[in-house]
Design a protein around this ligand. Structure first.
Ligand code: SF4
Ligand code: SF4
Length: 510
């Protein structure tokens, strides 16, 4: 078992180029450290983070279970939309160009809803960052969640930190090969399940599962699963914190968004320094700070950095170091919070002996309020649009060539392609009328001229756009003019819509 002062643990070096060797940390204040040599490439040192328990670790468990649960289970949730629409709760139906999310169905012309959701997600990230720093990175980012999952697999198969370090350093024996093979097989199974879950969002999940295993699914389904299996296996199983430190642009953007009012995980150096063991502190009262230099905070860190070096890009603010340090402080009878969530502003206050502000006050500053206002306004606007949108629409496009036909009795005929859209998952009757154009009548390509009227009732199938060839005939001497095609759904909703059209006649200059 690892003890707080286990000196063998300090052989593990931090992985980040942004962090320094643990042995340097103790000399941080006296004398100042030599600047580290600039290296263009630093070989990765494996991070063997130690098991820890505490409130933040438990919260991380909770977020992991919720996010993975949502990802893997959502495509299997059924949602009854009647006999004419798919019964999968969340479905991106590429073939029919629809996006279903529970009771909401988005059509291609309503893509602004999807754009609105993406903008809300972006502003939501800004909001979270300005309020609680990199909480997204620490708890909910897929890279963090899957890396955390794979690190638990490591612990399950190879043991905790010291056992893993020993195994890593050990020569390749059959035992090590078997253990590695077993572990990587579990990685691969998780990665495959992850890739497999993704494609379920794009087709009926039970049908696609059957087709997939019987070799009847589309080649793109197999290719997508293969690519996602490979990326999950490599990024979560092997690259891990390197994705956060070197590949992901988000930490760079976030660094620019953090200010002295943002909550970050901070080591309170005015309280912790100079570092010294419990024994030394007992022998020299008042000479040492609260940090006993046990490196527990470094050992539990999933990115392998030392938070005592100050805020750095490798810190995903998962707060596991807070759990570790709080446990140490409890064990040695000192107050918790040597490492804690705090704003830089509050750190200055606390260092000057003032009382820090309550947490809720740190969340309420102008930037978070502005981000929240924009985020909420977009959300409310979208909810309003969703609630008030019509599920019936009409559009009309005139034939350009010929623009009109002169009939034997002198009447004029124009032709149009009229599209009736029924966005309900049930068949509907719709009444199409000519609004304006006195004396005009219309008929469709499937009717006789003798049945031409100013109003037609058309059956529109569920969830479809019905295209009609419509002929409009107007009395002789009708002048060119604008008019409308109107549509009303013949159901209790009585939804209406209009499409502008132009009736073309000889001499029309438009
Ligand atoms: S320094 Fe602490 S908060 Fe930052 S990544 Fe490491 S354990 Fe998480
Ligand atoms: S900050 Fe806390 S956990 Fe980290 S070395 Fe100091 S006492 Fe140990």
């Amino acid at each position: 078992m690892d003890s707080p002062n286990n000196s063998t643990d300090t052989v593990e070096q931090p992985v980040s180029a942004a962090s320094a060797k643990p042995s340097d940390f103790t000399k941080r204040h006296d004398p100042p450290r030599e600047p580290a040599p600039v290296k263009l490439y630093e070989k990765r040192r494996a991070v063997h983070n130690k098991r820890i328990d505490g409130p933040f670790r438990r919260f991380k468990w909770f977020v992991m279970l919720v996010t993975l649960g949502i990802y893997y289970i959502t495509p299997w949730i059924r949602w009854d939309r009647g006999p004419y629409a798919p019964d999968q709760a969340v479905l991106v139906d590429l073939a029919n160009r629809r996006f279903y999310m529970f009771g909401i169905e988005i059509w291609p012309q309503e893509f602004y809803f999807v754009a609105g959701l993406l903008i809300m997600a972006g502003i939501g990230l800004f909001l979270v960052t300005s309020a609680v720093g990199r909480a997204w990175c620490g708890y909910a980012c897929p890279q963090t969640v899957w890396t955390d999952l794979f690190q638990h697999i490591d612990r399950f198969v190879d043991g905790d930190r010291n056992a893993r370090m020993r195994l890593d350093a050990a020569p390749w024996t059959w035992g090590k090969v078997l253990r590695r093979g077993f572990k990587w097989t579990i990685y691969l199974a998780i990665a495959f399940w992850t890739g497999g879950a993704w494609i379920m969002y794009f087709a009926d999940a039970p049908t696609l599962t059957h087709d997939f295993w019987t070799g009847q699914a589309a080649p793109v389904a197999y290719a997508t699963v293969a690519i996602l299996t490979a990326t999950t296996f490599v990024l979560g199983g092997f690259m891990r914190e390197q994705v956060c430190i070197y590949m992901c642009p988000w930490p760079r953007i976030q660094t620019a968004m953090l200010d002295e009012k943002s909550l970050i995980v901070t080591y309170k150096d005015w309280r912790g320094e100079p570092r010294g063991s419990v024994k030394k502190a007992a022998k020299n009262p008042g000479e040492f700070g609260d940090c006993i230099d046990c490196t527990q905070c470094v050992q539990v860190c999933p990115t392998g950095i030392d938070i005592r070096e100050g805020p750095q890009i490798g810190c995903i603010t998962c707060a596991l170091c807070i759990d570790a340090c709080d446990k140490v402080m409890k064990d040695i009878g000192r107050p918790r919070g040597l490492i804690d969530y705090a704003t830089l502003e509050d750190c200055k206050r606390e260092a000057a002996g003032e009382t820090p502000r309550p947490a809720w006050k740190t969340l309420l500053h102008p930037r978070t309020v502005i981000y929240f206002g924009i985020w909420a306004a977009i959300g409310l606007g979208m909810l309003f649009l969703l609630g008030t949108r019509s599920h019936t629409s009409i559009s009309a496009a005139p034939d350009r060539n010929p623009p009109y036909m002169l009939m034997s009795d002198g009447a004029l005929r124009n032709s149009y392609t009229v599209k009736l859209r029924n966005m309900e998952s049930r068949p509907r009757k719709m009444e199409v009328v000519i609004d304006g154009l006195p004396g005009a009548k219309m008929w469709t390509g499937t009717m006789d001229y003798a049945d031409a009227k100013r109003k037609l009732v058309i059956d529109v199938p569920p969830d479809e756009t019905k295209a009609l060839r419509v002929y409009v005939i107007s009395p002789p001497d009708t002048k060119a003019q604008d008019f409308h095609f109107g549509v009303t759904s013949l159901d209790p909703q009585k939804e209406t819509d209009q499409a502008e059209a132009r009736f073309t006649a000889p001499g029309d200059s438009e």
